[in-house]
Each structure stands twice: as C-alpha cells, then as structure tokens.
Design a binder for this molecule. Structure first.
Ligand code: TYM
Length: 384
C-alpha cells in the first residue's frame, strides 16, 4: 500500500502514513497558531523566527494564557525532552533550537530538559540498561551543544534523578486510570507495566518547579505534535493536584530526506541526518535525497520541478534558507526548470555540513561541562 493511502497514525511511539496536520489539530483538540498570537509573540520577543514564520511550529495549547500571566509579571518555566533510544538526528533538534530561542528571548527563563532513559528501556525490547545509559550520555552532549545556558538549564536523567520526581509521579499515577491510559495511548495487553506507568513520569517536569519552590508556576512545553497525548493526561490531572495545566507549542515533523510528507525517523538510515554523521556520510545522504524533479534533465528544463513534494526544499524552508528572498528565488528557479535537483542539492550540502561541524565542535566541548547542567543541583533546593 502506498504511504498516501496508509492510515495516519501519530502517537508518542509511532508515526506513519501521510500526516494531515489540520486533522491532528482537530483530533487532538489543540489550537492553531494564528496571526494574532504570532504578532503577540513577536511583540514580546522583539524578533521573528523562521520556524514560526514558515509554520513549522503550527499548534499550541494555552500559549496566550502564559503570555497573559507573563505580562502580569508571573514568570514561566520551559520543559522539553528526549527519549535516548539512539543517536540524535536533526529532526529531534527542531524543538530544541526553538527552545533555545525562547530561553534567550525570555531572559533567565529556566529550562527543565528530561532524558527519558526509563521510557526507552521499557519501550525498546532490545535496549539494555548499559546501552540506554550510554545513549543518555551521548544525547546529553547533543542537548548541551544546542547552546542552552547552564545556570538556567537542568537536565533530568530519569533513572539517575528519580528521587527528584517520584513524589509527584505517584500522585499523577493515582489520578490516571488504566482505562484512560489505554484510550489515550493505545496500550495493548502485551505492554509491560513499566510502560503503562511511564506517562506519570513524563508529566512530572511540568510540575517540578511549582513543587520544589512551593509556588504555582506556568510551564511551556515545546515539542513535536506526537507528544500531545502526554499533555492531555498531564493537563487532566494538573488542577486536581494543585498545579497549572502546562501549555505547549508544537511543531510539525522535519521530514526524512527520502520522503517529504512523513517524519525524519531513525528507522530509515539514509533518511535521517545524525548529529554525529561524518561530512562524507551527511553529504551522501543529501545527494541521495528525494526531490520533486522529473525523470530526465531535458524534461525538467522544459517543465520545471515540484518543490511542494521535495524534501530538499523542506530543509531550506525550515532550517537552511532563512532569507525569504533567497527562498522565493530558488522556488521560482525550481518551478521554471532553471535549476536542476543535483545543483540544488549542491547548495544544501555545504549548509548542512557547516551546521554539523559547529554542532560537533560544541558536542566535544560539552564533555567537560555535563555536570554543570545536571538536575542533581535541584536536590539542595528541595525542602521536605
Ligand atoms: P523523542 O526522543 O522521540 O523526540 C525528541 C523531540 O523531538 C521531536 N521530534 C521531532 N521534531 C521534528 N521533526 C522530527 N522528525 C521529530 N522527531 C521527533 C519530539 O516530538 C520531541 O519533542 N517521550 C519523549 C521524550 C520527552 C519529551 C518531553 C519530549 C520527555 N519529556 C517533553 C518533548 C517534551 C521522546 O521520546 O521524544
């Protein structure tokens, strides 16, 4: 069956089929980021962001409310995360890059970054504790290399830092029935009971700051839309436990290089560009990318190509061509047949390599600094 006809499935653990983002907004009950909200964000931050401008971030819950509170002088915290099941690819970095911008613009805002090694241990049948620990370390380097400020960033590694979270997790767990968890997350009878408990753990960082400091504090969660089921249950229990419902701001998936309509995913090696790929490997992936080109160069020169279905064009749009004029020009050249796909990829490759080179240098430096970001620092602040 072709992917276009395959049923769309978007859950925190599985994404397949052609993704219809309008339908997701409806089914998940989130709100679209409209002009009014965009203007408000830009007014406060004083700067536009291409991920908002080009609708990579497209959906939200209660961001307008958090901004109301902010304008009244109530600061918020930010929470995002990663499940360390393998290497980090640049799709994973989309919400992190945006989170960094948000942290920079709202000066001094605290970020809780959760590395869910327990989740991945429970959900990946072949992942051992040793392997998941190694991946947690490797992924933490990527998080730090994104550039977050150490003073305001707390990386929580679930297995190591469970003592910071357990008191909240058990209260959340008590309020979510198995029947709700099954309908929200689609759990089957074969799911191990660790997996069934897990959503209580992912809820915790949304409340952690309020719990530690004894003051109800709004929280914003930037992430792709696949994580939204977690925020539904988290929001359901929030007020019952005396906390604010967390807000969230949600992005579309950066597509894989082999398929512009899906999600960059670790299951397709050539489709995903990893942060640790060598320049040679990354270039090979870019040059093999799926495009909207024609079968022959002659045909393309005559008829032009289709950027709407091209994964390379999506990379320009969302990450690598922030200049609107440059992007418009490229689109014209593509549609008119003036530029061929090979030539177009030759523009993307060096930009991708430059991004990787910078990230890899920062990743090396992060090795010396990992303790500066550790959530273990929070232990001193907990009053029991
Ligand atoms: P994980 O590790 O699957 O994904 C990490 C983050 O990347 C987003 N994402 C993508 N964004 C753009 N394009 C893609 N192709 C793409 N693939 C994944 C995910 O939505 C996520 O934001 N359970 C979570 C870990 C987690 C978390 C959180 C994530 C714990 N707490 C709070 C976000 C916010 C997970 O396994 O994410």
């Amino acid at each position: 069956m072709s992917k276009d006809n395959e049923e769309m499935v978007v859950t925190p653990w599985e994404t397949r089929g052609k993704i219809d983002y309008d339908r997701l907004i409806q089914e998940f009950g989130t709100s679209r980021i409209d002009e009014k909200l965009l203007k408000r964000i830009y007014k406060i931050t004083g700067e536009k962001h291409i991920m908002l401008e080009r609708e990579l971030f497209f959906s939200h819950r209660d961001i307008d409310w958090v901004l109301d509170e902010y304008e009244k002088g109530n600061k918020f915290v930010i929470y995002t995360g990663r499940g360390p099941s393998g290497g980090v690819h640049i799709g994973h970095m989309v919400p992190w890059i945006f989170t960094k911008w948000w942290q920079d613009k709202f000066d001094g805002t605290r970020l809780y970054f959760q590395l869910t090694n327990d989740e991945k241990f429970w959900f990946e049948p072949d992942l051992s504790i040793e392997k998941v620990r190694e991946l947690t370390y490797e992924n933490a380097l990527d998080v730090i290399a994104t550039g977050f400020e150490p003073e305001n960033t707390y990386i929580i590694q679930d297995i190591e830092h469970i003592d910071l979270m357990y008191e909240i997790a058990i209260q959340v767990a008590k309020k979510i029935t198995f029947s709700t968890a099954r309908s929200v997350f689609g759990f089957e009878n074969s799911m191990n009971i660790g997996g069934i408990f897990y959503p209580a753990i992912q809820a915790v960082p949304a409340f952690l700051h309020s719990w530690i400091y004894g003051k109800k504090t709004p929280c914003i969660i930037p992430c792709a839309i696949d994580q939204d089921p977690h925020w539904r249950t988290t929001r359901d229990v929030a007020e019952k436990l005396g906390y604010y419902k967390p807000a969230s701001i949600q992005n579309k998936f950066l597509p894989g290089l082999q398929d512009a309509s899906g999600k960059m995913s670790s299951s397709q090696e050539m489709s995903a560009v990893y942060t640790t790929d060598t320049p040679k490997k990354a270039k090979k992936k870019v040059m093999a990318a799926f495009t909207g080109g024609r079968d022959t160069a002659d045909e393309q020169r005559k008829l032009g190509a289709n950027p709407d279905i091209c994964s390379v064009f999506k990379y320009y749009t969302f990450l690598f061509m922030p200049d609107d004029k440059e992007l418009d020009n490229l689109e014209k050249q593509c549609r008119s047949g003036e530029i061929l796909c090979g030539e177009c990829k030759q523009i993307l490759a060096p930009r991708m390599l430059e991004f990787l080179e910078k990230h890899q240098a920062a990743r090396e430096e992060a090795k010396e600094r990992i303790h500066e970001y550790s959530a273990a620092r929070l232990r001193d602040d907990i009053r029991r």
